[in-house]
Write a protein that binds this ligand. Sequence first.
Ligand code: CMP
Length: 139
Amino acid sequence: AVTRTFSIIKPDATRRNLTGAVTKALEDAGLRVVASKRIHMTNEQAGGFYAVHKERPFYNDLCAFMTSGPVVVQVLEGEDAVKLNRDVMGATNPADAAEGTIRKLFAESIEANSVHGSDSDENAAIEIAFFFKPEEIVG
Ligand code: CMP
């Protein structure tokens, strides 16, 4: 079925002017950008978005990184979009990411790993609603 997922092009990628390259990789994989905006996340947004990781040792660094520069938040649509997106992103740690994946191609480290993608349809809906109003999504 055609579904939606939520994506973030992270500060390490925007800093290196890779917004287009990352978006092209997503599009080449069969995903369609149905909403997109460039924002500088506040501490409150980063903390809230990553609240599930609050108890993890990397939480504070992660929030600092995600507010260190602009990000591009996107809604992506495609056939089984969550899985399609996760396949093209590659493993969280670029050292483990498969050849040709976005993280293998572009990520700097497990933290500065260039992209975020939702891990389930349920979380995709929550994450999309965190950053977008329904009328900002144009399919
Ligand atoms: P993301 O998919 O956005 O979800 C949580 C983020 O935490 C992850 O990508 C990484 O950017 C970051 N992170 C930093 N260290 C770790 C770690 N050891 N394990 C998992 N995620 C990490």
